[in-house]
Design a protein around this ligand. Structure first.
Ligand SMILES: Cc1ncc(COP(=O)(O)O)c(C=O)c1O
Length: 403
């Protein structure tokens, strides 16, 4: 094993704020921006700032650090692969990419049998829209109110939040938004012009809002009836976070396409569009591609994450500790109105705006983020331990007592 001469626990030099950080702060609208908290290393579900203070990470880079920080298997796989081969375009074969996709299809079941590898969630969703147009010859899409599909120009028209979408329109893509979980509205919106319906099985950015069984079943039935496709965006919900590899498995509904990203390679940029054979084959030869997608480094990271999920039974951990965390948060203070979620995808809706609560949690050493205006999202790495969950609950009690 190649060894490193960098001591990860060594004190980091104090950093001066770069122009890049200030630029990011300028475009970041929420009150949750803390550029003065400078994280320099992590270990499992823990983060350490430049002063050596320890935090419990209930953000995981927004559901990205699935196997935790400084994960040995992931770090070793990256180091090994970096010394073997980093670059290999997808028109040529690569051993580790094949190993990764073979492993992926041990977790993903038919009828999803094909995969296109990309680099980010938005890119995967854009690919899904493109494949839907190729497969149906149609150009209209149906999405849900409060849904989030990404911020690039191709998917912004399917991101509901007006403040993200409206300043950059009008868009060529025709989209109808229906209220989430409104079966009648969905059935009325899907017709013979619809290419696809795109839904998150549990809406993430808007505050961890699960779909009802009836809504997803109706989405499957009406798309089949109208010759449209059903796409599940599992960019936030996928890769074991909810206790099953895909959150949609728990609903027993087979979509035509699924998008994954975030946790799939534990922090290394990657995305996957999963497709049925029939949809995959609709793309004309050479009709889609990407330079970095499926590169051996990301594939090695993805393989390590999937091996880790299996070896440490992390999906069972997500179910067990997710229930413990949700139960603890429900009784952590009167400021908690409702706790929603599945596994370690958790939203605690507050009786007050989320921003100050997130600040109070940070002051207690717990890193979280918002989901909508009044919900605090708890998305810890799937490797979080029982004692750490109990510590999160204890610190949340203290933070919530301020309100
Ligand atoms: C459900 C969902 N879809 C799409 C995206 C966009 O992914 P990315 O930020 O990697 O482009 C996100 C990111 O938060 C997401 O949560």
């Amino acid at each position: 094993m190649p060894s490193s001469n960098v001591d990860p626990t060594a004190a980091a030099p104090r950093l001066s704020r770069s122009a890049e950080i200030l630029a990011a702060a300028d475009v970041h609208s929420s009150g949750l921006w803390h550029p003065d908290v400078v994280f320099v290393r992590g270990a499992g579900a823990l983060l350490y700032d430049a002063d050596g203070r320890e935090y419990l990470d209930c953000l995981a880079g927004i559901a990205v650090a699935s196997v935790g920080h400084a994960n040995e298997r992931l770090a070793d796989a990256l180091a090994r692969q970096a010394r073997r081969l980093i670059v290999c375009p997808q028109n040529l074969g690569n051993d580790v990419r094949t190993e990764f996709t073979n492993k992926l299809f041990q977790f993903v079941k038919p009828p999803l049998t094909r995969v296109f590898l990309g680099n980010s969630g938005a890119e995967a969703n854009e690919a899904a829209l493109k494949w839907a147009r190729a497969a149906t010859g149609r150009r209209r899409f149906v999405a849900a109110q409060r849904g989030f599909s990404g911020r690039t120009m191709g998917v912004l028209p399917l991101t509901w939040e007006p403040k993200y979408r409206e300043p950059f329109g009008p868009y060529d893509t025709e989209v109808e938004f229906v209220p989430f979980n409104d079966v009648a509205a969905l059935e009325a919106a899907v017709d013979e012009r619809t290419a696809a319906v795109l839904l998150e099985p549990i809406q993430g950015e808007s505050g961890i809002r699960p779909a009802t069984q009836e809504f997803l079943a109706a989405a499957r039935a009406v798309t089949k009836r109208r010759g449209a496709l059903l796409v599940f965006d599992e960019i936030q919900t996928g890769v074991g976070r909810t206790g099953t590899f895909l959150a949609s498995e728990a609903f027993g509904i087979d979509p035509d396409m699924v998008t994954l990203a975030k946790g799939l390679a534990g922090g290394v940029p990657i995305s996957a569009l999963l497709l049925t054979d029939e949809v995959a084959s609709a793309m004309p030869k050479g009709g889609h591609g990407t330079t970095f997608g499926g590169n051996p480094l990301a594939a090695a990271a993805g393989l390590a994450v999937l091996e880790e999920l299996e070896a440490r039974d992390l999906m069972a951990n997500a179910t067990r500790l997710g229930e413990r965390l949700m139960a603890g948060l429900r009784s952590a203070g009167s400021v908690v109105r409702e706790v929603r979620g599945r596994g370690l995808l958790i939203g605690a809706e507050m009786t007050v705006p989320a921003g100050p609560v997130i600040d109070a949690l940070l002051a207690e050493g717990v890193v979280t983020t918002s989901g909508g205006a009044d919900t605090v999202r708890f998305l810890p790495p799937l490797v979080i331990e029982e004692a750490q969950v109990d510590e999160v609950i204890a610190r949340a009690r203290k933070a919530f007592a301020r309100f």
